[in-house]
Design a protein around this ligand. Structure first.
Ligand SMILES: *Cc1c(COP(=O)(O)O)cnc(C)c1O
Length: 360
């Protein structure tokens, strides 16, 4: 059986080598005679998996010792409230609003304090990234929050927003984490649901400055304080063991390919191929401004909604899945995360050309 090219926005494609290793580990983890799903989280076999996952996060992203690496549950959506619950305490936080996910983060933060929208791409329907000149920070925010890649609209920050010195920077990096090098020292907290670039759903990676963890509110349920996870190596309770295992194998795969610089080159090549086609196609056009184009989620449209639907059906028949755009944007969205092969993007480009030739 041939596998389908999977352009799903998440859960998303995983590297074939990782799926093969996971398949074997389901039966027998590292020669233990017990499958990965069956091991105690306190046993030496799983502890080795957890240690490998943390070590690879630290090595690949160059995480300084002053940061904790945590594996939580509840998805990125739980970080929307956990961040303000721990660090806002009735004060003001600044948010850059660049789409649905940051809007949701704002809604949760409002439960715990004031939100100042420092910049927004709402005008124009989130098709650009706000520039520094249009950004207004509040006087002394508890932290500033942004979404590095906008999964639904297909825009991506090329760097961090220029927050004033001393303001802790918090980032939702769910859909572009480890797709390119990241200067962790510029951040106070980075979070990402694993199911786009790192593994399966059910595990959330948090990289957080120890200094910030120590400042978190103490009058919260134990499981909602970062310090609980920091003090217990993410093992206060049973962690999502299988998700952490797969994540560790994805990180190993990234490492074997040459780490984050190699990922960036691979992702740039895929995105360049697809955007070049959009720029030359007589039928398809990119949705967002050229300078804001995401290398992870490529949004595009045909000449009408009917043509979009026809193309999605045409692509599906050619073994290309998951291309329908988000219901709020329409058109098409090709999610080309780390694990998507250049061959998959080439197959998409070939389908776009064949469709255009048949519908010129
Ligand atoms: C998918 C996504 C989320 C939601 O993640 P869950 O793990 O489902 O809660 C949040 N932010 C961004 C940028 C996303 O792409």
């Amino acid at each position: 059986m041939t596998r389908t090219w999977n352009f799903s926005p998440g859960p998303a494609v995983l590297p074939e080598a990782v799926l093969r290793r996971a398949q074997a580990a389901l039966w027998d983890l590292d020669g233990s005679g017990i499958g990965v799903l069956e091991h105690s989280h306190r046993g030496k076999e799983f502890l080795a998996v957890l240690a490998r996952a943390e070590a690879l996060v630290r090595q690949l992203a160059g995480v300084p010792d002053a940061y904790d690496v945590l594996f939580l549950q509840g998805g990125a959506s739980s970080q929307f409230f956990m961040v303000p619950m721990n660090f806002l305490g009735g004060a003001t936080a600044d948010y850059c609003v660049t789409g649905v996910w940051s809007e949701k983060a704002v809604d949760e933060a409002k439960r715990f304090g004031a939100v100042h929208v420092a910049c927004s791409s709402a005008e124009g329907g989130h098709t650009h990234i706000p520039d520094a000149a249009a950004t207004r920070w509040s006087a002394a925010p508890a932290y500033a929050h942004f979404t590095s890649n906008n999964t639904i609209y297909g825009t991506q920050w090329t760097g961090e927003p220029a927050v004033p010195a001393g303001v802790p920077l918090v980032c939702d990096a769910s859909s572009d984490i480890f797709s390119r090098p990241i200067d962790v020292a510029r951040y106070a907290l980075i979070y990402a649901g694993a199911q786009k670039n790192l593994g399966p759903s059910g595990v959330t990676l948090v990289i957080v400055k120890k200094e910030l963890v120590a400042k978190g509110a103490r009058d919260l349920p134990t499981m909602l304080q970062y310090r609980t996870f920091a003090a217990n190596q993410s093992m206060y309770n049973t962690p999502p063991t299988f998700g952490i295992y797969v994540l560790s194998e994805v990180l190993r795969w990234i490492d074997e390919l040459g780490g984050l610089p190699a990922m960036a080159a691979r992702n740039r090549a895929k995105a360049d191929l697809l955007y070049a086609e959009l720029d030359r196609s007589p039928v398809f056009k990119g949705v967002v401004r050229a300078e804001a184009r995401s290398q992870m989620n490529v949004t595009f449209r045909g000449r009408s909604a009917a043509e979009d639907a026809a193309f999605v059906a045409f692509a599906t028949a050619r073994g290309l899945s998951g291309l329908a755009g988000h219901r709020s944007v329409g058109g098409m969205r090709a999610s080309i995360y780390n694990a998507m092969e250049l061959g998959g993007v080439q197959a998409l480009v070939d389908a776009m050309r064949a469709f255009a030739a048949a519908h010129a």
